[in-house]
Design a protein around this ligand. Structure first.
Ligand code: HEC
Length: 143
């Protein structure tokens, strides 16, 4: 084996290990991918700074809700990760919305892999202030 391929192997192992770091911990590669996906797939509705669309609590004349913020002012952080993943994968369908509910939130299953969906949500989570993360942990423990 040449020196080059040994180096390539060492780099691959290092990257592989980085990918195995603890869930919820700051895996920089996962967060970087998540941020890029957010910008490409989510920011157009949920806002470049996670701020959501204006008057997001008020239904539009067509009956649909605007996109909510994913920052501390929204309620994304109130929900457990499994529920957020399910919404991002399947959209606003049961059990996360009533049967027949009409929403602009797309279903990303088929477009993004499970890992990409998880990484974009991990990146969103990484943007929450420490106080919100703390409140979220307490709130979800009470369930
Ligand atoms: C075309 C606009 C649009 C795009 C693009 C979009 N969303 Fe949404 N999203 C919405 C709307 C609208 C809602 C609120 C749905 C409702 O309650 O009717 C929503 C709701 C959500 C929720 C539930 C939030 C909560 O607080 O309960 C999550 C999670 C979510 N979106 C994640 C994502 C992610 C992740 C992406 C990118 C991969 C994304 N969305 C892209 C429009 C969009």
């Amino acid at each position: 084996m040449s020196l080059c391929s040994n180096v390539a192997l060492a780099v691959a192992i290092a990257l592989g290990l980085a990918g195995c770091s603890e869930r919820g911990g700051a895996d920089p590669y996962a967060l970087m991918e998540g941020e890029n996906i957010y910008k490409a797939e989510c920011a157009s509705c949920h806002g470049a700074k996670l701020e959501g669309q204006a008057d997001w609590r008020t239904r539009r004349p067509d009956g649909k809700l605007p996109a909510p913020p994913h920052d501390a002012s929204g309620h994304t952080w109130h929900h457990p990760m499994v529920q957020l993943v399910a919404i991002a994968k399947h959209g606003m369908v049961p059990p996360n919305a009533p049967e027949g509910y009409v929403s602009d939130m797309p279903a990303f299953a088929g477009k993004l892999t499970d890992r990409q969906i998880e990484n974009v949500l991990l990146w969103i989570e990484s943007q929450w202030p420490a106080e919100i993360k703390q409140r979220r942990t307490e709130m979800l423990q009470r369930r």
